[in-house]
Design a protein around this ligand. Structure first.
Ligand code: GUN
Length: 172
């Protein structure tokens, strides 16, 4: 897939901008839609910062909807092959494809416990964590408050978006 340059993005219509940057946030094109108004962007880092700011400035309901748009790691959508292209490669990079039945059951138990407590899915940047680190993060994060987890999930979503952005765009 050929990369889009920052200059092209700075001249893009809202529609073109959303087509390019929408997928940086799982099923949440509204972040790119709102951020387009803040063009031009001086660097990819600045573009990322402004996208993340849009998510931070959204209402808590919108933030929770953003978190909820993420699939469970090793969840039903993954087993059924129904993830977005981005999510599929992210779960693969964490080594979460073709797990043993024991590991898969461990994920099921943690995913459910996390959803039961917070009413949204557990989000961690899969490309920055391997299976063992993710399995260790679940029990630690299950101890947190809902506010702390909203904060942590948004930070992880910012990391996910950054890596997707770097895959899709070039600064020059
Ligand atoms: N759910 C939890 N972590 C991730 C991630 O890194 N990417 C995606 N797409 N979904 C997730």
């Amino acid at each position: 897939m050929s990369k889009i340059s920052l200059a092209e993005l700075n001249h893009a219509s809202r529609e073109q901008f959303v087509a390019a940057c929408g997928p940086f946030f799982e099923h949440s094109p509204w972040i790119a839609e709102r951020t387009w108004e803040r063009r031009p962007f001086g660097s990819l880092a600045e573009l990322h910062e402004k996208l993340v700011e849009t998510a931070q400035l959204a209402t808590e309901t919108q933030q929770v909807n953003l978190i909820a748009a993420h699939p469970d790691l090793v969840g039903r959508l993954a087993r059924e092959g129904r993830l977005t292209q981005e999510s599929t490669s992210e779960q693969a990079s964490a080594g979460l494809i073709g797990l043993s039945a024991t590991d898969a059951a461990q994920f099921d138990t943690y995913n459910q416990a996390y959803r039961d407590k917070f009413h949204f899915p557990f989000v961690i940047c899969a490309r920055e964590n391997k299976k063992a680190a993710i399995l260790a993060a679940f029990p630690a994060r299950l101890n947190n408050s809902r506010d702390a987890e909203i904060h942590t999930a948004l930070a992880e979503i910012g990391k996910i978006a950054r890596l997707r952005l770097l895959d899709a765009l070039t600064e020059t």
